[in-house]
Design a protein around this ligand. Sequence first.
Ligand code: GTP
Ligand code: MG
Length: 241
Amino acid sequence: RLIKGEVVLKNVTFGYVPGKVVLKNINVTAKPGQKIAFVGSTGAGKTTITNLINRFYEIDEGEILIDGINIKNIKKDSLRSNIAMVLQDTHLFSGTVRENIRYGRLDATDEEVIEAAKIACAHSFIERLPQGYDTVLEGDGANLSQGERQLLNIARAAISKAPILILDEATSSVDTRTEKYIERGMDQLMKNRTTFVIAHRLSTVRNADLIIVLEHGEIIEQGTHEELLALGGRYYQLYTG
Ligand code: GTP
Ligand code: MG
């Protein structure tokens, strides 16, 4: 089991198809517990980087190390249990709320399910459902609001003990009150985990330990919010323009 959650990308180059480079010479070091934000225009390569950390694809050059171990030498199921994900489209299934949260951790007790829901700030809305944690969700959570589905997704990540977290923030806006809940849930979730966030909300970006600006598959700027604003480059354009 990997425990520290240090992630290092060294000179990573990758393309989905031969002859078309999508990421070029990427170097990133995430110390345990740090929060790294990827920003950049559409098609820049943000999702691709997270795909590579998950080893959904093999890289062409360079290496990716987790706690100093090349991910090629880590078993896929071990990698899965050490990386939690909250992605834009939540995949809920027709089953109870409890089953949906426990997904991937079938050994989890009812207490752990409730604890995870509390971390995600989902406990109070679940308790208000007709059968609470035993309420059956329609396919893909159709009987829940978008924000509620997102909170269940956060609870699902919270129940995993993975030291590494990948977040692809939703662009679509939920109401301000739900957004506040989601932010609180996320803060709890990120605590003590190395987090890679594909950030769309300025509030998330601003709080990151390191912001990486990607353009056409290359890192063009990196630093903290203040450093990048002072630089007056692409990041400055993105967040003041
Ligand atoms: P947004 O999510 O739109 O903000 O973009 P992104 O920064 O996440 O870009 P992404 O990493 O998804 O894509 C980078 C480049 O890889 C783009 O040119 C995509 O067209 C290409 N790409 C992404 N996924 C695939 C894939 O599955 N197959 C192929 N062949 N190309 C892909
Ligand atoms: Mg993307």
